[in-house]
Design a protein around this ligand. Structure first.
Ligand SMILES: Nc1ncnc2c1ncn2[C@@H]1O[C@H](COP(=O)(O)OP(=O)(O)OP(=O)(O)O)[C@@H](O)[C@H]1O
Ligand SMILES: [Mg+2]
Length: 473
């Protein structure tokens, strides 16, 4: 889902106009995105501005008007530990250069230098940063399980949710993802991150319901060594780990009142303290939150802080339960079947019509997760290449639509018509799905629809009074 490679951003801070111009021109010729500043204070403000994208490399003079290079170094690394800072020093100020290296500068260059030297060091810094990022990306992916997951479904409800997720991606606003258990909240949160400019930065998740209050706070904010009994090492919290990236607060509705207060303060002030820490820590983190609870109800009942609620639900993405997007059922089932088959090295396995019926008629209270599990289990139970209704451990909820009652009409066309109508109704008149449900090709269904003169308002009419054959091509 990651788009085109984003340009490498470099901030050049140098008060000498001639040198600055030389550096900027040379770097732009290499297709780098370059921002220049001549004043230390202005550069500092830029590094701290929340809406300024993170820099991959900062090239700075040590002595500057407004603020010195060491302050810039600190600010850059606070903002993003992956930013490589290259310090330029005047001849003879080796001590300050050493100091800069001690504080985490990537490299230093003594003036005067030629631009080729500088370019070589920047290339090294970029390569270094790229590798670091790849590592943290892989780590985050492994931790979260996103990455390879595809989002399946074409229902209006899901399409809307995904569209909103993509629109929300580029901005920094908090997104609240709601929906019943197993509806894909985590998956959609992952999409927001992956479609955002932060895609290459960490995507960190915290399950707020999984930990007791005290542990959760240290999980979120970290702790200093000796902050409490047992804290024998400094611990970096999730907020710091997510720096430059995205933090998903999963099951946010389950936060304790005390943690709600702390979280609210962090969101307002954009800084926090590690437990037992005195120095405030600033991070650049985009917050996403998810919950299966109806937060409005919790707010009304006084269980969830209203102010925090408003902070979190700047953008709201709601995922309706699967029973309200029947159109997605078969596509999801086929997707999970194909995936499980791949994993098991089986091929050519498909659902019987009865299995499709069963899938479409079940209410799926556990939503997509339940469907996935049911398909996986059914495949294991099916020895041959047909997964049948009986392989699903779910009761037959439908009132036997295919059965023939003793006194019922045996008119073939009438029965055919009833079945086609029923299949269309169940699939929201999506013919592709209806054809699958009936176990016939789309061409065959199209033929039947024309023969039986079935129409529906959602199918475009044309050619005068003639009911148009709906296109299923
Ligand atoms: N539209 C979809 N396409 C493909 N897979 C999906 C889709 N929606 C959900 N899934 C899969 O279903 C499972 C459950 O999804 P997810 O964990 O995102 O749900 P959730 O809403 O966060 O659930 P919970 O409330 O229980 O935490 C996951 O394996 C996910 O990959
Ligand atoms: Mg979840």
């Amino acid at each position: 889902m990651s788009g085109a490679e984003t340009a490498v951003r470099v901030l050049v801070v140098e008060d000498g106009a001639g040198l600055r111009r030389g550096i900027v021109t040379a770097l732009r010729e290499r297709s780098l995105e370059v921002v220049e500043e001549s004043d230390g204070a202005r550069a500092l403000a830029r590094l701290r501005a929340p809406d300024e994208a993170v820099f991959d490399v900062v090239v700075t003079d040590l002595r500057l008007p407004g603020a010195d290079g060491i302050a810039l170094l600190r600010a850059a690394r606070e903002r993003d530990a992956d930013t490589a800072v290259l310090v330029m020093t005047a001849h003879g100020s080796v001590e300050t250069a050493v100091e800069a290296m001690r504080r985490g500068a990537f490299d230093f260059l003594q003036k005067p230098f030629d631009l080729e030297q500088l370019e070589a060091r920047i290339a090294r810094a970029i390569e270094h940063g790229r590798l670091r990022r790849e590592v943290s990306e892989l780590r985050a992916e492994r931790a979260s399980g996103v990455g390879a997951d595809r989002i399946i479904g074409s229902s209006l409800a899901l399409t809307r949710a995904l569209d909103l997720a993509r629109r929300a991606a580029p901005v920094r606003s908090t997104v609240l993802v709601t929906g019943e258990t197993g509806t894909g909240k985590e998956l959609v949160a992952g999409l927001v991150h992956q479609a955002s400019p932060r895609a290459k930065r960490p995507f960190v998740k915290v399950n707020c319901a999984a930990l007791p209050e005290t542990l959760l706070e240290s999980e979120l904010f970290g702790h200093e060594r000796g902050a409490f009994t047992g804290a024998d090492r400094l611990r970096i919290g999730r907020f710091e780990q997510a720096n430059g990236g995205t933090l998903l607060l999963d099951e946010v509705g389950d936060l304790s009142p005390a943690t709600q207060v702390r979280l609210l303060r962090v969101l307002q002030e954009q800084e926090f303290h590690r437990l037992g820490g005195r120095e405030p820590i600033r991070t650049d983190v985009r917050i996403l939150a998810a919950t299966h609870r109806e937060l409005e109800r919790d707010v009304a009942a006084g269980r969830f802080r209203e102010d925090l609620y408003f902070r979190l639900h700047v953008i709201r993405i709601h995922l309706p339960p699967l029973r309200e997007r029947v159109e997605d059922l078969l596509a999801l089932a086929e997707h999970f079947l194909a995936r499980s088959c791949r994993e098991l090295g089986r091929s050519g396995v498909g659902f019987t019509t009865a299995a499709r019926e069963r899938i479409l008629s079940h209410a799926w209270p556990g939503n997509v997760r339940e469907l996935r599990n049911a398909v996986e289990r059914a495949l294991l139970l099916a020895d041959g290449d047909r997964v049948d209704a009986r392989h699903f451990g779910i009761p037959d909820a439908s009132a036997r639509p295919g059965g023939v009652a003793p006194g019922a009409s045996l008119d073939l066309e009438e029965t055919e018509r009833a079945l086609v109508m029923e299949a269309l109704r169940r699939t929201g008149h999506v013919q592709k799905e209806a054809a699958r449900l009936l176990g016939v090709s789309r061409r065959k269904l199209n033929y039947m629809i024309q023969k039986l003169a079935i129409t529906h308002p959602s199918w475009r009419r044309n050619r005068g009074s003639d009911p148009a054959p709906p296109s299923v091509a």
